[in-house]
Design a protein around this ligand. Sequence first.
Ligand code: EPU
Length: 419
Amino acid sequence: MKKIIINGGKPLQGEVSISGAKNSVVALIPAVILTDDTVTLDGVPNISDVDSLVDIMETMGASVTRTGETLEINPCGVENIPMPYGKINRLRASYYFYGSLLGRFGQAIVGLPGGCDLGPRPIDQHLKAFAAMGVTVSYEGDSMHLTTPHQSLHGAHIYMDTVSVGATINTMIAAVKADGRTVIENAAREPEIIDVATLLNNMGAQIRGAGTDVITIDGVEKLHGTRHQVIPDRIEAGTYIALAAAAGEGIRIKNVLYEHLESYLAKLEEMGVRMTVEEDAVYVEKQGSLRAVSVKTSPYPGFATDLQQPLTPLLLSAEGQGTIVDTIYEKRTNHVPELVKMGGAISVDERGIAYQGPNHLTGAAVKATDLRAGAALVIAGLMASGQTEISNVEFILRGYSNIIEKLSALGADIHLVTD
Ligand code: EPU
């Protein structure tokens, strides 16, 4: 078991560079098995979700070489074996293998994905789309059998009942080599969807409309290798921007595409955060007093659910009262009791989160219950006086590349210790 120890209240200054997007790369890696050729991914973050996916790829027969932030994958040896249980339930994104195995073999034996506990996370829209493309789903013990009559999928017109990032990407991956045209309506519009479509199109796919709510995919027979630069992680960027406003004395966050963060930056401006948007960076000054605001999450381009928790400590430092309502995951509130332990005037009920500020946080022993709750606790620990000890930090290491090194370089007194 690993822990993060933070001695808070240190002046943080300097520059930090944002890594490639977790929620993009976790789809790009499984998508590669649609070809037999080598695909090179640049800008791959150093996170344990990537380690888990590489492990699954290798178990299935792919050859993977990792050099710094570059991943070279040759999937030609991938076999149609049942996906390794115990590995696939380590992370949510293993469900992208459903689409890519269906695209490659027309069938797959898979298991249910894992991931952070944010309340119910159904995959009915993924399965509905596969069914429309001719896939039969049956269950045997812990495994799910996805089969097609002639080991190939056909195009279909699919209207998603819910705007879902995962279901949109998975359908796109499955449809790339299907017979005929697939149209996804009410598709999610997140930048990660455009990134996956860009990789697939550069491998020879015919996808149009990614980034809008109607995506059209004309099936092709064969895909080929390519080289692809992963987009910057907008959630990591938003986390460091919140951290810089909460505990910084002048921090430049580099490798940021501000277009991906417009609703978030607008909310920070509403709070009175002093920052400057530069060409591919955001410079955050030392802050004066901030105004409390209310936050409501919604699908992109709305305020991202993944940034609601990392923003909470900054909200706690602001004057006044506000609410946080997560319309994507109503139960994404596990950071609240931990922030209470640190002295935050914050509570949660069936209507959402309510807080009252300004608060002065004090160090405490707290527990990361999920990835973004963990990020919130790191920020709170940096703001707090005294020592904060965060347990369960495996969650944080799943999604924040080199977080200890990046924060140490800014001047934080932060250590990863093994119990
Ligand atoms: N939903 C359904 N049925 C489905 C799929 C989704 O009802 O078949 C619902 C979900 O329960 C949720 C909403 O639709 O209420 C949106 O879920 P979505 O499918 O978009 O989420 P996801 O694809 O499972 C990805 C990210 C999450 C991020 C969400 C929302 C990955 C691997 N995960 O999850 O990231 O919160 O989109 O933007 O891309 C994180 O990075 O911390 C994280 C949890």
